[in-house]
Design a protein around this ligand. Sequence first.
Ligand code: RUQ
Ligand code: CUA
Ligand code: CA
Length: 610
Amino acid sequence: MKRHPFILVAATVVATLALAHTMGCGAARSARSLAAEKVYVAPGELDKYYAFLSGGQSGSVFVVGIPSGRLIREIPVFEPRAAYGYAMNDNDPRRQELVATGGVWGDTHHPVLSETNGMPDGKYLWINDLANGRLARIRLDYFEADRILKLPNMQGAHGIAVVSPNTKYIVVNGEFEQPTDGLVTNPAPYTSVVSFVDPDSMQVKFQVRINGNIDIADTSKDGRYSFSTIYNLEQGKDLGSMIQYDRDAVAAIDIPAAEKAVAAGRGEVRNGVPIIDPETNPGVLTLIPVPKNPHGINVTPDGRYAIASGKLSPTVTIIDAHTLKIVAEPEVGLGPLHTTFDDRGNAFTSLFLDSQVVKWNIDKAVAGKSDYIVDRINVHYNIGHLQAVGGDHMHPAGDYLLALNKLSKDQYIPVGPDLPENQELIDISGEKMKMLSSFPTVPEPHEATFMAVSVLKPLVHQTFTPASDAVEAGKERVVRTGPHAVTVDMTLIRSAYTPDKVEVREGDQVTLKITNVETIRDMIHGFALPDHNLNIALAPGYTKTITIDAGKPGVYWYYCTNFCSALHLEMRGRMVVQPKDSTVTLPDWHAAANVQGQVVPGVPSTGAKQ
Ligand code: RUQ
Ligand code: CUA
Ligand code: CA
């Protein structure tokens, strides 16, 4: 049979197309599997880094494993949390501070790590609460906030930075201007302050007055300058007037000069803090004009340059961090917000409007060469911050970069009108950037900072060291301390509460002081009391105290909320509330007379090892 030539041609075309299709598919698949391999961390294996992410309106800090993107932990900071952290504890000064200074919620933006020799030492992490002007310190040996500070004389704690290289201060920018005299009856011009907080005492040592909405902060690597962007040099009170000038400024505070002025008593003390006015203390403040409504400021790892991002200008401004002179102003794209760095002299700037990360070479840009742009990669979408591993410290790793995007648009199916926010992990180890993975987060992703897991691991404690008010095993008791007051000293250990019965009367105020006396890592017990709005969880060594109203007459079973052993469900006890007019006599209770909590022999715990 003779074939029609047309059929032959058609068959060849189809075959070629099929081959091309297969090849294309194969290439795509291998790029996919390469990316997957880069982010895959097998169960039981450790991530290389922990990223500390600000939890935005959650008021917390998120710890995410990199490269896997696994959520390792949330560290509650400006919010109560029952499962861990310091919620439900009347005696806790952190909780008291939160309640007294704006509430048990916050808006966290910028996590910064304590440094030794310009590198994270794993001691502390600080995070701001923009809304209520607070700064929290997290101890990384416990992964728990240990101090909350309300910053006086300022509103809107926004940019924060550690003074390198050895954490002399934490710099906190007060973004929202206030009347200079602190009064509203006869308001003086509005202004604000940059606070310098002592890392150990968490006290504000001094403040420097600055005009014009101070935004993001970073410091020179030698400890000399603190840099802040100012986006409202106009000192406008409405949007239109805030975008009048072509140039706003970067404020460089000479830290030793400010210290000298403070030591000479030249600060005006308000609320116990000396405020240095740069107008009467020349040399403390230098304003460097940069285009228009700048946002991020980032110092290069080698300390040579401070780079301000234009936001409303498509440029970044490269400032010599020693002479404070502008050395270059290269164009990078639309809506530059923040910059980070690799270990090979490249900068990466987030472009909010272009939805891109742009990689550019610093030396080439400074030298005025035209080929300073190295690469661009699309991100999804509207990126705010970005951070490369170690890009905020002296020795960047040059391997991964995290893009913290404000919008995800088409990346996920809707979960209601509000779509998830998106984070993307980018491989920056080669000349070209490669998108590896994306993982959503809660609103709103702000800044990230990284620590190597190998550095962090040995620094973290196994259990809490019992505080001075801890209840000791054998010293549990129920004591009537007044006509309407009862104190309960309680201990928890697998799989019992001691005491397992508390008798009180309607109208009593019951103060519960509870200690988890376990010495085994990860052996958490809870104490939830129905109908009393009470849910406490305690890690080994932890003590919490809370006073509650006894409530209506009845029997209330307190129970353990954390599955701790095979007898976890049996780990409970009763609070018996007698009616007001009941004639039952309630005996004081002492530990020796009752069941002692103990580890039940032969009953394995939830896999915890001694
Ligand atoms: S800000 S998206 Cu609070 Cu860090 Cu720049
Ligand atoms: Cu203790 Cu469950
Ligand atoms: Ca402006």
